[in-house]
Ligand binder design. Structure first.
Ligand code: PEP
Ligand code: MN
Length: 286
């Protein structure tokens, strides 16, 4: 696979990167990151954080900088939002995953975030990738909605080549002709990434489907496909969510999902079986 050096296994089929975030080890156990699309207020973030913690989530998500398609939509609380997330972490002990959208913000946002999220719209923002590559902080790199696997791994490569080995990939759906779902969640990318790369990969079924009814089945399917975790949107009162209301799980739905994930994990016992000894097909083209 030409030009990919650090993100691929390079003749070491058993190589696996485990990204440590506090006591959470991404790439070793199935991790669940949950929380609101965006931080809207202290009450909303704290109540949601308490609920996801109670249900068993491993990390808290929440956007303070929201890259919205329309400039007239809620853009996030910025620094105020980060301070609220800090409070939520202090109270619940959950590490915080939050998005950074501007290279100039990377260094100071890192002081609040436990994991820096790069959103789908910024996957190929090379100056942003170079900046997070300089940090000693895990990075959650979402797949660009129009990107091939090779383009995605090339972006991970920017971060790795910058000196930051702590990259977690996140499949969040790609654009296809289908309009029923918000995006088409490409779950086949999970075992594909596992074949080619040593990096952990999680799945975002919330943005991947955009439909509440599809999040639970796609979360369970992610576990079955061998993903290292999921990131899901939960709001303590979904009807009032300022952002991505239609895909926000209530604490009750999320707690039911956690129960089902535990049962499925037990039923699966081990990860999916991969036929040994046959190398994956080369990754041609883009
Ligand atoms: C998000 O997770 O908050 C988000 C905006 O996701 P994406 O970049 O995948 O659209
Ligand atoms: Mn969202």
């Amino acid at each position: 696979m030409n030009q990919l050096k650090l993100s691929v296994k390079n003749g070491h089929p058993d190589k696996r990167t485990v990204v440590t975030v506090g006591s959470v080890r991404v790439g070793e156990d199935f991790v669940v990151i949950a929380g609101p699309c965006s931080v809207e207020s202290e009450q909303q973030a704290l109540e949601t954080a308490r609920a996801v913690k109670k249900a068993g989530a491993n990390m808290l998500r929440g956007g303070a900088f929201k890259p919205r398609t329309s400039p007239y939509d809620f853009q996030g609380l910025g620094l105020k939002g980060l301070k609220i997330l800090e409070k939520a972490r202090q109270e619940t002990g959950l590490p915080v995953v939050t998005e950074v959208t501007d290279p100039r913000d990377v260094s100071w946002v890192s002081e609040y975030a436990d994991v820096l999220q790069i959103g789908t719209r910024n996957m190929q923002n090379f100056s942003l990738l170079k900046e997070v590559g300089k940090m000693n902080k895990p990075v959650l790199l979402k797949r660009g909605m129009y990107s091939t696997l090779k383009e995605w791994l090339s972006c991970a490569e920017y971060i790795l080549a910058g000196g930051n080995p702590q990259v977690i990939l996140c499949e969040r759906g790609i654009r296809t002709f289908e309009t029923y779902t918000r995006n088409t969640l490409d779950l086949s990318i999970v075992p594909a990434v596992k074949e080619l790369s040593h990096l952990p990969i999680i799945v975002d079924p919330s943005h991947g489907t955009g439909r509440l009814s599809l999040i639970e089945p796609m979360s369970l399917a992610s576990l079955a496909a061998g993903a290292d975790g999921i990131i899901v949107e939960v709001h303590y009162n979904p009807a009032e969510a300022l952002c991505d209301k239609d895909q926000a799980m209530s604490p009750l739905l999320f707690s039911n999902l956690m129960d089902k994930l535990r049962n499925l994990k037990e039923a699966l016992g081990v990860g999916p079986v991969v036929e040994a000894g046959r190398p994956p097909l080369a990754l041609a083209g883009r």
